[in-house]
Design a protein around this ligand. Structure first.
Ligand code: 9WN
Length: 441
């Protein structure tokens, strides 16, 4: 009836919507979207998933292409690379460049494509969730193009890779083997494990990020030395998870929560395609139980990272431990504790209403440095979705309002100071714009 119609958009929303659409148009390359024209001039894996989630409101077709172009570079072993390099972009525009990863050559045994060049590591599996949401935005167009039928086998192989080759702890969760894999590069959660890694010397690499970003907003040279060492070791092992030394191997709550959510999306897609779907539901249930068993920290009131080196939980509180709110079948008391932590002094930043990437009261908190304190828009979107999943609509609405306000004020910043809202990192950042669009629709 009449009363069910959404309220007409306010003028401020229309301006924000137009601005966000503009960012996505400007960052579109013809088959995918760069996260940022300056800092990240290639295609990134989890960025593409978030971008597709927003772009579906503008063009279902481009949103489909965003995911299809990424999945087209899937390796034969099932991995979806974290960067797909655009051959038209200068080699020194981003580090590490294709001549560092050398995927087509070093990754041949693991099934890397002959072209294009990609990285050899992965990022969180948001893709099946994104594909399902893209389908729902325009089911007729999706069916006409056979979208789900084309992406489903690739997404299934991607999840199988994570649940077999990457089950390094042998307990059913997927492990990350590089700090770039969880997408939260320099989070204090990795410090202890990284301290065991002998850094590559600074003269062996040349950072391109500092040409576009403030050094105080970015990881340090010491961090980069370790990132380079770990990636080079993996490459030298042919990116083979059975042969690689994997000196850095951890179970990350967000990575696994996204896998669970995406397994459920894969179940929904299977049902839509008339394929068996129980397998994915069962796996999601099993993963949910294991996530709680392995990573829930009752005392801390959030999930924590498990370091497979000594099989202990890492004593650091980060936004990664709150994002499992996304998982629908969590025990009730876990949901209660998580939302209390979210509203408490460690993670509530009342001035912006976005969630800081690290405990505001924590010993390593740094409000400007990347994943060591600043608030990010993709994590806010995930938590917003998690709150709604558990019927916490008021809390979700607060985050939504904060998100839209801060995205607009900061010019679609990559991340912001959680206390002042000051934008940091890149501007006109694609996932900030895309997810703003999604929250407006
Ligand atoms: C390394 C592209 C990516 C995001 C990550 C974010 C940052 C890259 C970098 O940018 O990482 O992958 O060079 O710092 O941490 O989450 O996907 O936006």
């Amino acid at each position: 009836g009449l009363l069910d119609r959404p309220a007409p958009a306010a003028p401020a929303d229309l301006t924000l919507r137009r601005g966000a659409a503009r960012v996505l148009t400007d960052n579109w390359t013809g088959s995918s979207t760069v996260p940022s024209r300056t800092l990240y001039p290639h295609q990134w894996s989890w960025d593409s998933a978030f971008i597709a989630i927003g772009r579906r409101h503008l063009s279902a077709r481009r949103a489909q292409q965003e995911l299809e172009s990424l999945l087209a570079t899937q390796w034969a072993d099932g991995r979806v690379p974290h960067i797909v390099f655009n051959p038209a972009v200068a080699a020194d525009a981003y580090f590490p460049s294709p001549d560092f990863w050398r995927s087509s050559e070093a990754g041949r045994a693991a099934g890397a494509p002959a072209a294009p060049e990609t990285s050899g590591i992965v990022q969180p599996p948001v893709h099946a969730l994104a594909a399902w949401l893209v389908h729902l935005a325009d089911p007729a167009e999706s069916r006409r193009r056979g979208f789900l039928a084309r992406v489903h086998p690739r997404l299934a192989a991607w999840h199988d890779y994570l649940l077999t080759r990457r089950d390094l702890g042998g307990r059913g969760l997927a492990a990350i083997v590089h700090p770039w894999e969880p997408g939260m590069d320099n989070s204090p959660c990795w410090d202890r494990a990284l301290a065991r890694v002998e850094p590559a010397t600074p003269d062996t690499f040349r950072r391109a990020d500092l040409a576009h970003g403030q050094p105080a907003d970015r990881p340090t040279d010491l961090d980069y030395g370790r990132y380079v060492r770990l990636a080079a070791d993996y490459r030298e092992a042919g990116y083979d998870d059975r042969a690689a030394p994997h000196h850095f191997a951890l179970e990350d709550p967000t990575f696994n929560a996204l896998l669970i959510t995406s397994e459920l999306a894969l179940a929904a897609m299977s049902r839509e395609l008339g394929l068996p779907h129980e397998r994915y539901i069962e796996r999601a249930d099993r993963l949910t139980r294991t996530l709680v068993e392995r990573l829930w920290d009752e005392e801390a009131g959030l999930f924590r990272v498990r370091d497979l080196h000594d099989d202990t939980l890492v004593d650091e509180d980060s936004v990664s431990g709150l994002i499992p709110l996304l998982v629908p079948h969590l025990p009730k008391d876990v949901v209660r504790r998580l939302s209390a932590t979210l509203l408490g002094p460690r993670f509530r930043a009342p001035a912006t209403e976005l969630v800081p990437s690290y405990d505001l009261t924590g010993h390593a908190f740094d409000k400007h440095r990347y994943w060591r304190g600043p608030a990010w828009f993709n994590t806010a979107w995930l938590i917003h979705r998690g709150l709604r999943t558990h019927g916490l609509h008021q809390e979700a609405e607060r985050i939504r309002a904060g998100f839209l306000d801060q995205a607009g004020r900061s010019g679609f910043a990559e991340y912001i100071d959680p206390d002042t809202g000051e934008g940091r990192g890149a501007r006109l950042f694609s996932w900030t714009a895309a997810l703003a669009l999604d929250l407006l629709c």
